[in-house]
Design a binder for this molecule. Sequence first.
Ligand SMILES: NC(=O)c1ccc[n+]([C@@H]2O[C@H](COP(=O)([O-])OP(=O)(O)OC[C@H]3O[C@@H](n4cnc5c(N)ncnc54)[C@H](OP(=O)(O)O)[C@@H]3O)[C@@H](O)[C@H]2O)c1
Length: 309
Amino acid sequence: MKYRRLGKTELKVSVIGVGAWQFGGEWGQSFTSQEVKRLLDRARDLEINLIDTAECYGDHLSEALIGQAVEKERASWIIATKFGHKFPRPFERIEQWSPQEVLQQLEASLKALRTDTIDLYQFHSGTDEVFAQDDLWTMLNRQVQAGKIRYLGLSLSSRIDNVYQTERAVQVGASVIQVVYNRLDRTPEERVLPLCREQDLGVLARVPLASGLLSGKYQPGMVFTQEDDVRSHQDQADLQRRLQRVQEIQQNEVPAGMAMAPWALAWCLQHPAVTAVIPGCKTVEQVETNASAADLELVYSDHPQALPK
Ligand SMILES: NC(=O)c1ccc[n+]([C@@H]2O[C@H](COP(=O)([O-])OP(=O)(O)OC[C@H]3O[C@@H](n4cnc5c(N)ncnc54)[C@H](OP(=O)(O)O)[C@@H]3O)[C@@H](O)[C@H]2O)c1
């Protein structure tokens, strides 16, 4: 495994993390605590030390499964979670951004994760309006002082232009940006990633496999029919366009004999602003394949505009 400093923080994260939305039950599968423990034990054997979860992957469910699995070796892990929502039922979220509501969420996350401190506490894809509440950040920075949070981060929404929040990250006390970045979605290269480099913000690239499409195992025409799989709720015409793109990329860019999933993760890690990728994992085999991306050195650079001048 390889490790990188996460922006200005003192955290050294493995370049491959584990995304844990999957444990909340919206990816066509529910998980027992034994399954999550097996998966995370294997990740730890492979020297992965970063987990990304959230308050609303189930009602603190993903956090609770992680808490049970890592309680005994808590110090081996850097746990990132998020705030801003209540989870009433699958595929629904109620936004809750007042300082009092977020404080309650923090206490619930600490309890579910069975820990005294959260390593990275992220603003979960809120609007600029909710971001702009000074009293929210005052309350959160007090929790940092009190030791309940080590660092604050912003998990940017994929629905809005993210420059406003990225420019104000340091001002609100955040050291890390989480953003959708993958071979199919390179928008952050234009503004967000350069801003992160300028401010020495750590960057977690989320959805690095484009919701599994960049694993190369799905062909154009694939229809996700399972009601409890988030991909059956996505725009199906757009999904087909993306599958076509994946097929072209697989033919034209992935070196012969190289599996596409680790290639796609290594592709994200080439960008000089990106600290780590957090692919969502459902099986031990996926963890193993994803971890192998740390050893790949892609032989070309596809990010000329992002390289230092
Ligand atoms: N707003 C936010 O803050 C936000 C939003 C989205 C995600 N996230 C975070 O980012 C993480 C990653 O994003 P994501 O899970 O949405 O998308 P992703 O990482 O692009 O895709 C994950 C899916 O890819 C498939 N997969 C993973 N590894 C594979 C491998 N080696 N070979 C083949 N298939 C593989 C699995 O699904 P199948 O096997 O079913 O294909 C898995 O569920 C999440 O878990 C979550 O922690 C945060």
